[in-house]
Design a protein around this ligand. Structure first.
Ligand code: HEC
Length: 246
């Protein structure tokens, strides 16, 4: 990864020329009031960060574990050590949301207007900050995982986290031997699927999002089967578990 300082220098000195425009000037000049720490709606910012950004970035306080883009805790830890203020991180983040590298995988304007300011404010608040979020911020992204999904009548439901975290809503699953339909509903905007790969089975469901369901049909015998989401990086981040058949 390129050093964050280089990144900040590029963002803070170059944008006047490179980007032009009122938004870039406001962000670079640090006079964008919305992104100051403590202003902005951090709860909304955290929710949107998880939905729109977390599949590509690590940000520990948001439980975000994506690896396509830079680790934002690490990137901004350097910047903080180098003496940059948290509202500069907010400005840099908002600038990045509006004007990412055109040749890179990060889409521009995943969030806009006040939402973009809220996401930037949350990143400015959370990046490289030790400890855990508390209060309304702690509950902003839902309660995490339940331990065990149990099949009923040959159907097993293992939904993806509706808030966009890289998690299934159940850690593990249980079923009886025989034909089994496995459904994974995904109400988030982050693409996911369900698959069983291992113990003699290789079934990969379609990748879906936005309220649709990924389904596979398998026949299982007593034993243990690994289930996962096969979208790159998602199983590594935690979208995997064990189906025990007995
Ligand atoms: C599809 C993957 C993807 C998504 C989604 C994504 N990013 Fe990125 N992001 C990247 C990549 C790759 C880079 C590095 C190069 C670049 O500028 O494109 C990056 C760079 C960044 C940087 C600069 C960090 C540094 O050290 O240079 C910030 C800040 C950032 N993203 C924030 C966000 C925010 C906030 C969102 C959500 C609104 C978001 N990203 C969504 C992939 C993504």
């Amino acid at each position: 990864m390129r050093p964050a300082l280089a990144h900040l220098s590029r963002r803070l000195r170059a944008p006047l020329v490179v980007l032009g425009g009122v938004a870039a000037l406001a962000a670079a000049g640090g006079c964008d009031m919305d992104v100051k720490e403590g202003s902005g709606d951090l709860v909304n910012g955290k929710k949107l960060f998880v939905q729109k950004c977390g599949a590509c970035h690590i940000l520990q306080r948001a439980n975000a574990k994506g690896v396509t883009g830079p680790n934002l805790d690490e990137a901004f830890q350097r910047s903080l050590k180098d003496g940059f203020k948290r509202d500069t991180i907010g400005s840099v983040t908002k600038d990045q949301i509006l004007y990412p590298n055109l040749n890179g995988p990060m889409p521009a304007k995943l969030v806009t207007g006040k939402d973009a300011s809220d996401v930037a404010a949350y990143v400015a608040y959370a990046a490289a900050r030790p400890g855990k979020d508390e209060g309304a911020l702690a509950t902003a992204i839902g309660g995490g995982q339940k331990p065990l999904a149990k099949a009923q009548g040959g159907v097993l439901n293992i939904p993806a986290d509706p808030n966009g975290q890289l998690l299934f809503t159940f850690r593990n699953a249980e079923a009886s031997p025989g034909p089994l339909t496995i459904n994974s509903e995904n109400d988030s905007t982050v693409p996911h699927n369900i698959a069983i790969q291992g113990n003699g089975i290789d079934e990969v469901g379609p990748v879906i999002q936005g309220g649709r369901t990924s389904t596979i049909e398998v026949t299982v015998q007593a034993g243990k089967y690994p289930f996962l989401c096969t979208v790159p990086g998602h199983a590594e981040a935690g979208m995997k578990g064990t189906l025990t058949v007995k």
